[in-house]
Ligand binder design. Structure first.
Ligand code: ADP
Length: 311
């Protein structure tokens, strides 16, 4: 009998110890999860403050920068008298540097706004063909300067789409600017076509189509294909990150060097427009950047579920 009491006693003490241990563990877990919650809300707050700071500083920098760019323009045009031959070069350098700085500030402001969810989408109906022609004519002089060949390949039935033309232009000018910058000889092709949902899926758009398999939406694909230096597989995701420049190459010391923000912004803008920006490339052979946008044929009145709304 005594033995039974002893065993029961031992079991009770054991259980009490286990319970105590469990209770302590639970308390520790609660403590940790509170700590994590606190850290995460601190991080969110710090991130918000960083974005606000960037947005404010960029905004404040823009006004004086615009003044510098404007006055340098006037100087170059001879409004304040003819520049002496010795003055021409330094004034040119001020202009290039000020433009570079203004571009950087604009990009930082865009990124800060996007991060804060404050970059609006103003959707309009645009005719794709004339739009692409117009953007291509914007970069024509740069193409000619480098003796490259720019060709446009467009299917006969390009639709009108509903999108934000300013954001779309920004993405395309950036992709074309890069294609020109990183191609020393050969060609740049802009290939535009419309694909059905299933075709888009096969062409690599699976990432953003998951869960939307039954959709009847068509997709517009705009590819900027160059025969330039290309990007290694290792760097193909990195180039979409902020301030990443994987190959400073020939333009390292140039005043026209980039900022490492163009692709980060372009990808975010593409996603803001309901699409995506993908890359395939082979070092030494060239790169293909594919911009996917939801397209609904407004002539046939099919509304797109993904089309952005006016913001
Ligand atoms: P950047 O202002 O430096 O061009 P981007 O964000 O536009 O910044 O591009 C990031 C990096 O990706 C570039 O520094 C370059 O190394 C690489 N890159 C972008 N476009 C191309 C291209 N068409 N061909 C080869 N490399 C490219």
């Amino acid at each position: 009998m005594q033995l039974v009491y002893l065993i029961v006693g031992a079991v009770v003490v054991g259980l009490a110890l286990v319970l105590q241990h469990e209770r302590r563990q639970a308390a520790r877990l609660v403590e940790r999860s509170r700590e994590l919650e606190r850290l995460s809300s601190e991080l969110l707050r710090a991130n918000r403050m960083k974005n606000d700071f960037l947005a404010n500083v960029s905004h404040e920098l823009r006004t004086p920068l615009n003044a510098i760019v404007g006055f340098v323009d006037l100087l170059r045009e001879g409004v304040y008298g003819e520049l002496s031959p010795r003055q021409v070069k330094p004034v040119e350098r001020i202009e290039v540097s000020a433009n570079h700085l203004r571009h950087l500030v604009d990009q930082i402001l865009d990124l800060a706004k996007m991060a804060a969810g404050r970059l609006d989408v103003h959707a309009e109906t645009i005719d794709v063909r004339p739009f692409i022609l117009d953007v291509a004519s914007e970069v024509e002089s740069l193409v000619n300067e480098k003796n490259l060949n720019l060709s446009l390949v467009m299917g006969s039935a390009l639709p009108r789409i509903r999108t934000d033309p300013t954001h779309l232009r920004q993405i395309l000018v950036n992709l074309l600017g890069n294609a020109i910058k990183y191609t020393d000889e050969g060609s740049i092709v802009v290939k535009t076509r419309v694909l059905l949902h299933q075709e888009a899926l096969v062409q690599g758009l699976a990432g953003i189509l998951i869960g939307k398999e039954n959709d009847t939406v068509t997709w517009l694909s705009i590819q900027v294909i160059d025969s330039g230096i290309g990007i290694s597989l290792l760097n193909q995701e990195r180039v979409f990150e902020e301030f990443e420049q994987v190959d400073s190459g020939p333009r390292a010391d140039s005043l026209n060097r980039g900022t490492g923000l163009g692709l980060a912004i372009s990808r975010r803008l593409s996603r803001l427009l309901g699409g995506d920006l993908l890359l395939s490339s082979q070092p030494g052979k060239g790169s293909t950047f594919t911009l996917w946008l939801p397209a609904s044929d407004f002539d046939s009145g099919v509304p797109s579920k993904y089309a952005p709304h006016a913001g």
